[in-house]
Ligand binder design. Structure first.
Ligand code: SAM
Length: 325
């Protein structure tokens, strides 16, 4: 028996066991065991000859997808109905984080993916964290405070501002994304929150791609106090990521802050994303993330902050408040 066959049989035995349990009564340690079992399969497949990896992954999916695709979030991430991984629909399923599957097994697997993996928890947590960072930054100034999000997706943090922040009255938000469907979802979500809480946030939504931003597309916008991009850099190779960082930093006014999120290179979600969902991200070490700010001049200072789960590195770039002559 090959190492892969042993790993797959172990995973299958666990899935059969889980499937037999009614909802909420999974066996002890079910989630870490499941993570370990999928990760073992992924590791063994990684060690195959390059030309065997695709076939082994496809065979693995044919055998195990009948279980995993019962979870809507996992299914959508794999099927990519909009043509790319990590669309706003996948993110929304994660942010809502509700038992939306048609089967108990689907709900169990959703709970596992969204909660047992630190890398998934990190994505939900960064939405709240970015709201806090915005407020921390804005607390040092008064009057109009401008912020821009690139690859904004459905912008759940805007709903949070409406629901729970004093910043609402000073903020002017600009959201850029290449996908008009994502922008529409953001507008709809914001409108719903505004109607629910009877408050209004000044927000503008602009269809624009990274390529357009690099070519100067955002230059017509006013200087920003705060610029952020979450869930984008994990798709960008080093050269465009570095260039984009320089462009985004150039958008900052004096005292402005840029925050860029990037998965670290050893996050625990990688085996699941790659093997189960056919979803590949570019993880980076803290040093590599810091290196993305390498072309900035001395007006800027940069550091990397790791999120509380140890999964995401945030590049934090500050522009000096006073420009040196
Ligand atoms: C993983 S989601 C992240 C969304 C949001 N920032 C969040 O954290 O929930 C990625 C978003 O990036 C957008 N995106 C991907 N490639 C892009 C590009 N080249 N230019 C602009 N937006 C892009 C997608 O349309 C999608 O809405």
């Amino acid at each position: 028996m090959t190492e892969l066959a042993i790993a797959e049989d172990r995973l299958q035995a666990l899935l059969v066991e889980l499937d037999e349990y009614p909802e909420r009564h999974a066996p002890p340690q079910a989630w870490p065991r499941l993570t370990a079992a999928v990760t073992s399969c992924w590791r063994v497949i990684q060690e195959l000859e390059e030309e065997e990896v695709f076939e082994a992954s496809e065979a693995w999916r044919a055998r195990f997808h009948p279980w995993f695709l019962q979870a809507p979030c996992i299914r959508r991430a794999y099927e990519k109905p909009l043509g790319y991984a990590g669309d706003f629909g996948v993110m929304d399923l994660g942010y809502r984080n509700l038992p939306e599957a048609e089967t108990p097994m689907g709900n169990l697997l959703h709970g596992w993916f969204s909660t047992a993996l630190r890398g998934s928890t990190a994505v939900r947590a960064r939405r709240r964290w970015i709201g806090l960072e915005m407020q921390r930054h804005a607390a040092y100034s008064s009057g109009l405070w401008r912020a821009m999000s690139l690859a904004s997706g459905s912008s759940w943090e805007l709903r949070d501002l409406v629901h729970e922040s004093w910043l609402l009255h000073r903020a002017k938000m600009t959201c850029l994304d290449q996908d008009p469907r994502a922008l529409q979802a953001a507008k709809d979500g914001l409108a719903e929150a505004q109607a629910k809480y009877g408050r209004k946030l000044d927000a503008t939504f602009i269809r624009q791609s990274v390529r357009e931003v690099i070519r100067g597309g955002a230059a017509s916008l006013p200087e920003q106090d705060f610029v952020y991009s979450l869930g984008l850099y994990d798709y960008l190779p080093r050269a465009p990521a570095k260039l984009l960082t320089t462009v985004l930093a150039g958008q900052l006014g004096p005292g402005g802050r840029l925050i860029i999120g990037n998965y670290l290179d050893d996050h625990d979600t990688q085996p699941i994303l790659e093997l189960v969902m056919d979803w590949f991200l570019i993880g980076r070490s803290p040093e590599q993330i810091l290196g993305l700010a390498g072309d900035l001049n001395r007006e800027f200072s940069a550091r990397v902050q790791i999120d509380s789960t140890g999964s995401i590195g945030f590049l934090m770039v500050d522009r000096a408040s006073v420009t040196s002559a």
